[in-house]
Write a protein that binds this ligand. Structure first.
Ligand SMILES: [Zn+2]
Length: 53
């Protein structure tokens, strides 16, 4: 069981993985912005999509 963080603006997958903590680290890495369209993503805001891998 894993999950994806998906940008609400452009639909790009920011992160795919298993650990929510590392997802927040990834957001920090990109300064909380979508690497594709640059939209600001806050951890409270981002759409968390749980997917089966
Ligand atoms: Zn985006």
């Amino acid at each position: 069981m894993g999950f994806e963080i998906v940008c609400q603006e452009c639909g790009a997958a920011i992160f795919t993985g298993f650990d929510l903590k590392s997802a927040k680290d990834v957001l920090k890495l990109y300064s909380g912005r979508c690497k594709k369209c640059g939209t600001l993503l806050s951890p409270q805001d981002f759409q968390l999509e749980v997917v089966r891998l």
